[in-house]
Structures are given as C-alpha cells and as structure tokens.
Design a protein around this ligand. Structure first.
Ligand code: SF4
Length: 372
C-alpha cells in the first residue's frame, strides 16, 4: 500500500538497525511517549532488533490508560441517569472504574452509545431534545480540537442538552513530571508525531533545554521509529541536546494554528489527575467560563468524587517506564485483555495489551516477553 509500505520496508529497517549499531558506543535509555509508538515497537520487535546497549522505556502516551479511575466512576454515575445518552469512543467502555466499567453499566440499563466523533454526539443532542447527551472527551492534544469544535458548534446551535465530560490531558507536563523525578534514568525522548502535528514542538524545545535531554519528534511506522531512535542516539553520542523533527511530513515547528485557535477558544489548562501518576499541575484541559454550561461535571454535580486505585495493578509504574508489563505479577495470570485489571491492558495503545498480544503470554505458550 503506497505511503504505508514504504515505511515498513524490512531491508530499509535492517539498514537503520545497522546504522544504529555502528554509532552506539555505550548504554542509552530512551522513552517513547506515545502508546501508538509502543504498539509499533512491540508488534514489530523493534526493541529486539536494537543493540543490547539501547533500552526503550514505554511512556504514558495512551489517553485511555491515563484517564483517572474517578472519571470512569463519574462517567458511569452520569450514564446511569434516566434522561442521559452517554457517548464514548469504544476503547473506554471496558476500562475498569473502582467497581465496574461502562460496559457493565450498559448491561444494567444505561443508554451508552459508541460514537466515532464528538460531532455524532452533537447530532444526537439535536435529534433528542428531551434527553441530555454527554460525550466522554478523552485524549491528548490530538483530540482536543475536535472536542472543542463540538462544544463550539453546540453553542452556536443553541443546544442546551449537550455536555462534555472532559478528561483531556497534555503531554509536555507529563514529560516534565517524569524528567523531574530524582531517579529519572531517561536520556532521550521520542516525542509523539501526532500531538506535535497540532501543537508544534516549541514546548519541547524548552523542556529539552531545561533538562539537557535530546528529543526527536517521531512518527509511528517502523521506519519512522528506527529513524527517530537513530537521530536520538546520534545526538547522545555527539553530546548534542536539541529537538529534531523526524516526522517532517506531518509536523511543523509551529503546528496547526487553526486547530490550536479552536482549542484556545474553548479550553484552558487545569490540573489533572492521571491514572497511576497522580495529579500534575497544568496537565489537563477544562472548559473556559463561557463554556461551563456544557461541563458535565458541573451539570451533574459530581466534582468531589475521589477513589483509590487498585493496589494489584502496577500500571502507574509501567506508565512511568519504571516497570515492563511482564514484570507485573498479574500479567497473563489474572489480568488479560479478556479480564483486564488495569487500563493499560484494555486500550489498543496500552503497553500491557501490546506485550500480551505480540509477545506471548506468561502461561508457557511463549517466552518471548521482551528481554534482550
Ligand atoms: S498486567 Fe494488568 S494488573 Fe498488571 S499492570 Fe498491566 S493492567 Fe495492571
């Protein structure tokens, strides 16, 4: 398939791994932030092709995985109300809350619908004026413009029965939280190409300079990732610290100004609690004062809910790159995609699901779990 196969060419991949081997003289630890990149790495065995000196850590770049348990519980509480049509992307339905997930709430009678766009939810609100339609707005900077546009459109249409349950998160504050940990071992970052498509990478330049860490904006296909790793290792070996752009076919330094304009019209930065990471200042988006009438947390008066996360699940350590999924005692034993204990086993971008699906299960059927 043109424009895809050319980024999956095995011979070109072999050349890149050879080039990486040639320039690597000592151990280096690199984190890829994005869950899509994690899946591409594990699925294609990219980590296993690299020299043993290079360690890849998987970061918190899966929006489903980092949505706090409280928000899942709030989503369920809202969805169970008689007059509500609750709309969500499919991935969120199986993410465990503190007692159940949205799928079980649907089995108990909640009107929960899977949609493909927030504008589908706006349409539902338009067609069902007697119902309250709530859209679960999860995601990083990539989904924020679409979610902002949906609220903006609802306001333009004068709809008073459309609401957002906002779980939007921002990548740079999470990177900073990881880098500022005293025992942080990360020496280079692959920044997520799709996030930078919207935001550009000037914020990453500040972080790179502040922490002395090379960063490379990287795409999602195997050759993108190998090239991103090569560019990061080249900076580390040469003692350079800057932000470089591997994904120039999609990303400019300034990003997409129109998308950011819509985001800034509707959203402002707020503190946000991340599953497994806790609250990070300025790491979330919330509705600005003019759009608060569309805020489901305010409408349904659920702002004070607080719950503890399961002690059995170590997804917080996995999302910080401190543990690999196969180091979790529950991995493949009592946690699997069919019976997930944590969000990282549910999402199509979750690290636990990636290892489970592509590296064999810890049940004796495969011993290829990721150690080089
Ligand atoms: S394997 Fe399951 S229990 Fe363990 S960290 Fe992953 S999601 Fe949590």
């Amino acid at each position: 398939m043109k424009f895809v196969d050319e980024y999956r060419d095995p011979q070109a991949a072999a050349k890149f791994t050879q080039k990486i081997s040639e320039i690597t003289t000592r151990p280096w630890t690199i984190m890829e932030i994005c869950g899509g990149q994690t899946h591409a790495i594990v699925k294609n065995g990219i980590d296993l092709l690299l020299p043993k000196e290079i360690t890849l850590l998987h970061g918190p770049g899966c929006p489903v995985c980092v949505t706090a348990v409280e928000l899942i519980d709030k989503a369920i509480a809202i969805a169970l109300q008689d007059e509500v049509i609750f709309c969500s992307f499919g991935d969120m339905l199986r993410v465990p809350g503190s007692r159940e997930d949205l799928l079980s709430a649907r089995a108990r009678g909640a009107d929960i619908r899977t949609v493909y766009s927030p504008l589908d939810a706006v349409k539902l609100a338009e067609n069902n004026p007697e119902r309250k339609v709530v859209f679960f707005a999860i995601g990083f900077e990539t989904t924020a413009p679409g979610n902002a546009a949906a609220v903006y459109q609802a306001k333009q249409q004068g709809l008073s029965n459309f609401f957002l349950l906002v779980a939007q998160v921002l990548v740079p504050p999470a990177i900073e939280a990881i880098l500022s940990a005293p025992d942080c071992a990360i020496q280079g970052f692959l920044a997520a190409g799709h996030v930078c498509t919207i935001m550009g990478y000037t914020e990453y330049e500040k972080l790179s300079a502040k922490y002395g860490i090379p960063m490379v904006v990287t795409g999602f296909e195997p050759l993108d990732i190998l090239q991103g790793i090569y560019m990061t290792i080249a900076q580390l070996e040469q003692g350079r610290v800057t932000v470089e752009n591997q994904y120039s076919r999609g990303v400019s330094r300034e990003g997409n100004r129109e998308a950011r304009r819509v985001m800034n019209e509707v959203f402002e930065t707020v503190p946000r609690k991340w599953r497994g990471l806790g609250e990070i200042d300025g790491s979330g988006l919330g509705l600005k004062a003019d759009y608060r009438p569309y805020d489901a947390e305010i409408k349904f008066k659920l702002s004070d809910l607080s719950v503890e996360e399961s002690s059995e699940c170590i997804s917080g350590l996995i999302l910080q790159g401190r543990k690999k999924p196969y180091q979790c005692p529950a991995f493949g034993a009592n946690c699997s995609p069919e019976h997930p204990l944590g969000a990282t086993m549910v999402s199509s971008e979750g690290a636990c699901a990636a290892y489970y699906n592509y590296r064999g299960r810890k049940d004796g059927k495969s011993d290829v779990l990721g150690e080089k």
